[in-house]
Design a protein around this ligand. Structure first.
Ligand code: FPP
Length: 244
């Protein structure tokens, strides 16, 4: 048997950036005859576990799809409960996340969020800005098409102002205008609950990501499931369009 130190040396590096579409909270609750918010509450506990698991695994960026721009179409009562949970998370967890060395960032349309939530988000970003153990990016009120549209508008404005030459616009320029500017693209995207869709999540950035779909509902997703998804990622051969 190989000594542990040698096993460690041969272990493949973890994906640098993992994105997760957390799905199935509602079904988890309904399956137990409980209100949907109960599923979201359990889903929040899963977030806690997965953050710890990501640090353990050496992941540098974890992006969680917390609330999509399309989620604004849900019944007002559910939106209000979700926002309540988010407030709770931002108030209660920041201290521990900070102690764990987590840097928090948020992407999505802040103008649609309540002012107090925007303040909590800004405080969380400010308080944790020097942390390096894990970058936790929460997509809130986020839609990738809207993000790309806003980037196109910014680029067009720069061109119109004579500050940008059309011939210099390449993929890296577009990336700089996205909310994820400066972050690596996700290597792995996990979606829970058996659905196999991207649902307007980081469309530009996931161009070459490996997609792992699991039937597990988000409240049941564990650190072990994260490890299993990473093992699946390692079994894939990433060719970026080239031959093997
Ligand atoms: C999808 O389940 C989940 C959401 C829309 C919200 C995710 C929110 C949390 C995990 C709570 C806390 C979040 C953060 C970032 C602190 P669904 O309601 O669509 O489930 P269903 O498809 O079974 O109905």
């Amino acid at each position: 048997m190989k000594p542990v130190s040698s096993l460690r040396e041969t272990a493949p590096p973890p994906p640098t950036h993992v994105g997760i579409i957390m799905d199935g909270n509602g079904r988890w609750a309904q399956g137990r005859g409980r209100p949907r918010i109960e599923g979201h509450r359990r889903g929040m506990e899963t977030v806690r576990e997965v953050v710890k698991g990501s640090i353990e695994q050496g992941i540098e960026y974890l992006t969680l799809y917390g609330f999509s721009i399309e989620n604004w179409k849900r019944p007002a009562a559910e939106i209000s409960s979700l926002m309540g949970l988010l407030r709770l998370y931002l108030r209660q967890e920041i201290k521990e996340l900070d102690q764990q060395g987590v840097r928090m960032r948020f992407i999505g349309q802040r103008s649609l969020l309540a002012n107090d939530i925007v303040s909590l988000i800004e405080e969380a970003e400010e308080q944790t800005k020097n942390n390096t153990a894990l970058n936790l990016v929460v997509a809130l009120s986020y839609g990738a098409r809207q993000e790309i549209t806003a980037a196109a508008q910014s680029v067009a404005r720069q061109v119109a102002a004579g500050e940008l030459d059309v011939s210099t616009i390449d993929e890296s320029v577009i990336s700089e205008y996205l909310e994820t500017a400066g972050m690596p693209d996700p290597d792995l995207v996990i979606r829970t609950s058996g659905e196999q869709r991207i649902s307007n999540f980081l469309l530009w950035q996931v161009a070459y990501a490996e997609l792992v779909f699991t039937d597990t509902l988000w409240p049941d997703f564990s650190r072990e499931d994260l490890r299993e998804a990473i093992n699946e990622f390692h079994r894939r051969e990433r060719r970026y369009g080239a031959t093997g």
